[in-house]
Design a protein around this ligand. Sequence first.
Ligand code: FAD
Length: 356
Amino acid sequence: MIVGGGPAGISTWLHLQRYAPELAEKTILIEKEYYPRDKLCGGALSGWSDKVFQQLGLDIDVPCVWIDYVECRLGTDADCLHQPRFFRVVRRKDFDQALAKNAIKRGITLRQGETFINFRRKNDALEVKTDQNCYRTKILIGADGSLSNVRKTMQLKHSANLASTIEVFAPTNPRFDPEFNEKKIVFDYTSLKEGLQGYIWHFPCIDNSQAFMNHGIGDFHLDKNQPKANIKEIFREELEKRQIHRPVNTWSGYPIRWLSEGELVSQPNILLVGDASGIDPLLGGGIHLALSYGDLAATAIMDAFKNNDFSFHDYRNRIDDHIVGKYIKKLTYLAGEIYNEKISPLKVIREIFSKK
Ligand SMILES: Cc1cc2nc3c(=O)[nH]c(=O)nc-3n(C[C@H](O)[C@H](O)[C@H](O)COP(=O)(O)OP(=O)(O)OC[C@H]3O[C@@H](n4cnc5c(N)ncnc54)[C@H](O)[C@@H]3O)c2cc1C
């Protein structure tokens, strides 16, 4: 049983369907909302995601802005990388619905509008309670995002790895938002000097065929010995530079969970994937990771049935050995170096994106 129909949950089912269709056929996915449902997100999709779509033979054709330039800023310094169709910026309501439609076409049992409540162990399986049903399952996949209720019910050792974010969508103003016409996304690290352990972003996007900008700020607070930055104040100043004067109560925020070294994200019969497990504390871009967590989880599920071993004691090792874990480890190290001002973000962003 999979809880959550975002990229991690749907991708887990799609990978299972590819590797072991007989298991996918017996799998149910519950999603508490109805598509198209929104999710607060910058919506930047990289070539990594497109590669997963290719491998799965998926067609994800949704409205988007193609991005040819990635610019990293630090005060008056800037470094701009050029590559045609580097990224595309999508709206999550369109993207998640398209992904779910692909799974529906392939036969997923998807119950929208059904909410996971909790589970309890019964013999060698789990009894899962939702707001509508009670299920018995051998394996439960928590793909229910950074505030995962599956994770809460597991009562894992508390980890406070939740980054704060704020995001505002505003119609494009060509005078102040040149990025839309330039097909450019911006990562601005200037506020490191104000204690921000993260960055401000400006992403062009379209919604209902209208040109918008997605402005946001993320603070990972990786080094907990440092005081927390005042992200509301930093963000307000940034918006004002672009002539955006919006009351704070119109801003949106949703946490990003990052995965720390050695943190366990499984229990017997249960695996966490995507944001429920955690992503990196440098860029906080998790759509591609959510998609690849699907591959990890599907393989672990298959092996559990093959070996009749549902302990998932090796899940963390599997993550560490997979591209998901390697990427998170590398970016966590680089994030520490940037936030402690040992290395320039300009150099790091160039290194990450020139390796695609
Ligand atoms: C402000 C912000 C900007 C971001 N920008 C980017 C970006 O530009 N690019 C990028 O790659 N990543 C970005 N991310 C990260 C990205 O949004 C996540 O990594 C990604 O959505 C994780 O996918 P997921 O499937 O794990 O979780 P989610 O997308 O959160 O999906 C979880 C699903 O579970 C459902 N659910 C929750 N609780 C229950 C329940 N109890 N029962 C049933 N269903 C439930 C939810 O409705 C949801 O559909 C951003 C995140 C934030 C907060």
